[in-house]
Write a protein that binds this ligand. Sequence first.
Ligand code: ADP
Ligand code: MG
Length: 248
Amino acid sequence: MPNDPMPPAIVLSRLSARFADQKRNVLALKDISLSIPAGSFVSVIGPSGAGKSTLMRVILGLMRFESGTIVRNFSRPAMVFQNYALFPWLTALDNVAFGLRMHGVSRQERARIALEKLREVGLESLARHYPAALSGGQRQRVGLARALAISPDLLIMDEPFSNLDTITSEALKADLLKIWRSYGMTVLMVNHLIPDAVELSDRVILMGAHPGHVAKTIEIGLPRPRDPRSPQFFRQVDSLTDLIRTIS
Ligand code: ADP
Ligand code: MG
């Protein structure tokens, strides 16, 4: 049907997941139900141990779940990690090109795409540098370029700003919004800063711990581009902060 809205990129229904071995048995996610609209920007916030990273791994199929269902309407997922996870023995360019090997892309084409992606994140001039010669913000940009190399339809980011200073993360946020728009992809981001979640997201999923669960889902209706200095913005941050207090 031509006028059908796009199906959600991800739907979880009463999903539970557990870490179990001889020593430990931890119910990390309990009865998680959520829906991520295709093309939306969704943030997941919550205290440490709430299962945010576990949720990302389950969505990507990197971890088994115990019960419930998951519907995945995406075909090219990519992930950006908090600690960059770059290969220290490869240049920025080769780090970005690396993931394309698995996709059967020729060497020449890999280098071309990698350079293009480094340009998109503003790092073209540092293509031949090794990670050790890059700042934290630059490494995170290489990680982002590497994720973008496969032209993802879903980008998952686990606390991408947590190792960055404020000025560096402000610049990266602005670029991330541009990239999100130009790729038309779904972005799912674990975050721990409420103002960042309000600035970036269409929707915020608030998780609680012991066991990890969805406490509340909040729609952020502020028009874009958003001004973090506007009264409406402050009000939204305040109400989200109040909500978190009532939950934890
Ligand atoms: P968050 O990312 O929100 O801080 P995690 O998803 O990392 O939370 O962890 C959720 C729960 O699962 C925590 O209780 C944590 O101790 C537990 N957990 C995470 N990873 C493992 C693991 N590899 N083995 C056992 N327990 C784990
Ligand atoms: Mg985590």
